[in-house]
Design a protein around this ligand. Structure first.
Ligand code: KIV
Ligand code: ZN
Length: 516
């Protein structure tokens, strides 16, 4: 039997943007919307047109530029909101309007200060008004999961009668339990007049960590649209995470009998892009897109994985566009993993050298939680002669001041010639100054593509970890370093990434000359 198609409705740019500190300007929204289209979402809710001229412009521009995706105009059940949403989405090739109105007593009494009768009337007249302008109308009774069934049914019957064809029943405050949420859809479909003729949509918040479970339960109950955000961003604990929901469906599609149109290869890129633009960091242990999601430190796990990745992995990270680097070297790692890692760097050690490296590595791993690649390469350098890194950062100085550009100077040793040279440069910030001086030292077309800084401990002796990604001739290299001085950690990670690029390019030249 064919899998049923679940439509992914992305509200990263509307509900997701409501996360504290995550607001976006129109250009950023347009960039993200284009990436969401590449990701293969079915519907994009790009903002709240009445809320600001910037949001109106973003929704309008996205409607004009993205003609292959359905665009949703969001509005309170108020004429002015509906008018703005209609105008903003005017040029979309496919569109729907999404109206919402609170239905729980607590919202009616304290927020709307309206009676149930007034609310039903408002929902009825506004859906009728919206329907006269746009054919496809979605209606959300806000705080539905804390609304008594009788009144919920009354509101839903009224909006169906006026032409709403998609009922989105939100768990606004993340209160529902999976079984309860699924049952609610079944009861609505059976109990509401006209309920069997409309489409259903789930919209879950993650206050109890149940947003994905609740959405899956809704799907099992027959819902065909799910509202999600990338990285689960959103108010408070966020919304149902797109990548988690999609990968649960993808990984267990035989069990669920459903599928989505998401291009999984684009998941990682999209997640990183949104995290960066929204300044919204991703927890290390976040499923699917967190840095540790496909990394293994325990020796037993590493050994099993190197023999067959299915021993400890249920998804292939490469199918999600995640560069495979599953081995994290730490005190639990064994010889097998260590050998695998140095081989990945193109370094071939004999048994004795490996043993010597292993002893030094264990000593280092005991000192700190993780042994980074640059530290591993330092250990390799002092283990196997002739396999040293191309460049070593010998010294670094940075001058920072609040009222002028920053200055950095670095001493770099070219390990092939043994020569040391000093290079200096300025930049708007100290990192730019460091990178500019290192670029002079390393004669390659290096582009500084990305950087992540994390604090690894607390207190005055805290250390920082820098993860730097560079691009050389279209190829990305990533490396990390840990130091109490975060600027030094950035510089070391940058030099290590360059060394990795030199090594890979040298190996490519050797392989080419051996085969020609
Ligand atoms: O959480 C919620 O209730 C919403 C609605 C307005 C759909 O975001
Ligand atoms: Zn919401």
């Amino acid at each position: 039997m064919e899998n049923k198609r679940i439509r992914i409705f992305d509200t990263t740019l509307r509900d997701g943007e409501q996360a504290p500190g995550a607001s976006l300007n129109p250009e950023e929204k347009i960039r993200i919307a284009k990436q969401l289209a590449r990701l293969g979402v079915d519907t994009i809710e790009p903002g709240f047109p009445i809320s600001s001229p910037g949001d109106f412009h973003a929704v309008q521009q996205i409607s004009r530029e993205l003609q292959t995706v359905e665009i949703c105009g969001f509005a309170r059940s108020i004429k002015a909101d509906i008018d703005a949403a209609v105008r903003a989405t005017q040029d979309a090739a496919q569109r729907r309007l999404h109206l919402f109105l609170s239905s729980s007593d607590i919202h009616l009494d304290f927020q709307l200060r309206k009676s149930r009768q007034q609310v039903v009337e408002m929902a009825r007249t506004m859906v009728a008004y919206a329907k006269s302008r746009v054919d496809r109308i979605e209606f959300s009774p806000m705080d539905a999961t804390r609304t008594g069934e009788e009144f919920l049914f009354e509101v839903l019957e009224a909006v169906i009668a006026e032409g709403a064809t998609i009922l989105n029943i939100p768990d606004t405050v993340g209160y529902a339990m999976p079984e309860e949420y699924g049952r609610m859809f079944r009861r609505v479909r059976e109990g509401v007049r006209g309920g069997e003729n409309v489409e259903y949509s789930a919209h879950c918040h993650n206050d109890l960590g149940l947003a994905v479970a609740n959405s899956l339960s809704a799907i099992a109950a027959g819902v065909t649209h799910v509202e999600v955000t990338v990285n689960g961003v959103g108010e408070r604990a966020g919304n149902c995470s797109l990548e988690e929901l999609v990968m649960a469906i993808e990984t267990r599609k035989e069990t669920m009998g459903v599928e989505t149109g998401i291009v999984t290869q684009e998941i990682f890129n999209t997640s990183r892009m949104i995290s960066r633009i929204m300044h919204f960091p991703i927890a290390f242990n976040k499923p699917i897109v967190g840095r540790n999601a496909f990394q293994h430190e325990a020796g037993i796990h590493q050994d099993g994985l190197l023999k067959n990745r299915n021993t400890y992995e249920i998804m292939d990270p490469e199918k999600l566009g995640i560069p495979r680097s599953m081995i994290i070297l730490g005190k639990h790692s064994g010889r097998h993993a260590l050998k695998h890692r140095v081989t990945q760097f193109g370094i071939d050690l004999n048994t004795e050298e490996l043993e010597e490296l292993y002893i030094r590595f264990k000593a280092k791993a005991d000192e700190q939680k993780v042994v980074t690649d640059d530290q591993l390469m330092e250990l390799v350098g002092s283990t196997a002669d002739g396999q040293k890194e191309a460049y070593t950062l010998v010294q670094m100085q940075v001058v920072s001041s609040s009222d002028r550009s920053r200055m950095a100077s670095v001493t770099i040793r070219n390990n092939q010639t043994g020569e040391e040279h000093i290079y200096s440069a300025t930049g708007d910030g100290p990192i730019e100054a460091i990178v500019n001086s290192l670029k002079q030292a390393i004669p390659m077309p290096v582009e500084f593509s990305d950087m992540e800084l994390q604090s690894l401990s607390t207190g005055e002796k805290a250390t920082g970890e820098a993860e730097v990604t560079i691009t050389v001739n279209g190829q990305m290299y990533k490396n990390s370093s840990i130091d109490q001085d975060v600027l030094l950690a950035v510089a070391k990670a940058f030099v290590s990434a360059c060394n990795q690029a030199v090594r890979v390019q040298k190996t490519a030249v050797l392989t080419k000359s051996a085969t020609s």
